[in-house]
Design a binder for this molecule. Sequence first.
Ligand SMILES: NC(=O)c1ccc[n+]([C@@H]2O[C@H](COP(=O)([O-])OP(=O)(O)OC[C@H]3O[C@@H](n4cnc5c(N)ncnc54)[C@H](O)[C@@H]3O)[C@@H](O)[C@H]2O)c1
Length: 273
Amino acid sequence: MSNQILKGKNGIIFGALDEKSIAWKVAELSNQEGANLILTNAPIALRMGTINKLSESINAPIIPADATSMDDLTQLYSSALNHFSGKIDFVLHSIGMSVNVRKGKPYYNQNYDWTKKGMDVSAMSFHKTIKAAWDLDALNEYASILGLSYIAAQRVFNSYNDMADNKALLESIARSFGYHYGLKKNVRINTISQSPTLTTAGSGVSGFDGFYRFANDLSPLGNASAEDCAKYCITLFSDYTRKVTMQNLFHDGGFSSMGMSDKVMENYTKSLK
Ligand SMILES: NC(=O)c1ccc[n+]([C@@H]2O[C@H](COP(=O)([O-])OP(=O)(O)OC[C@H]3O[C@@H](n4cnc5c(N)ncnc54)[C@H](O)[C@@H]3O)[C@@H](O)[C@H]2O)c1
């Protein structure tokens, strides 16, 4: 059921690791909607994941790039400009990683070298991704850049740890760079704050299952899946959202506006009996 709303647009998708990745679903749907795509990921992820399968199925080349490296990113955009024989209309930054989370260091006892690494990968890379495109003037007018965030940027979710700070920075970069790129070339920059989603990065957070079920029970529409997220991304890449910029957009089944739901209350009361 395609509406071809991205017909003729050129896009770069960062972060498809395996079939569960949000970026994987976004790539599939963008392709169905008529976009020409380039897939990219860190060289190590290309060895560990299954991105080749996606590349074949949607006929999109893979260009490796570590999103923390300006050299890699410049090389990526230069190759993309050649490949498309034209400029780029949308970019998805779907990248996140915290070494402290992976290795179980609590927020109050971080290893600061790991904190720096996580911040570089999860947030600074968003700035670099935008800056590399800016320097090469690689984007078309009204191009759309999207990053993926989580509500821990605004509220405490204990086990999300230093990723909360990384997401707060990511959302701030969307606003700050959104101003400059908007003035320069009407380029839009937004973040989507997505429900907990069953992916490799998601399930790395301790207690993720409880997290996931609680959010599902609290949200009147239930959690948004990776497929749902892909649909929302498509609207934001399209020409129907040309004046949406510098926003953090909640895509969470209503979670962010809730305090208490019947379902959560019922479970909580049950557990007290
Ligand atoms: N899964 C969730 O519950 C959830 C909820 C809200 C937001 N998000 C965000 O969605 C985004 C995508 O995560 P996902 O859940 O699809 O998990 P995922 O593990 O499938 O994707 C994370 C990607 O980041 C890539 N990456 C890591 N380091 C990199 C580097 N140096 N350079 C380039 N790429 C690098 C990985 O290779 C991987 O492809 C992340 O920003 C994540 O924080 C996820």
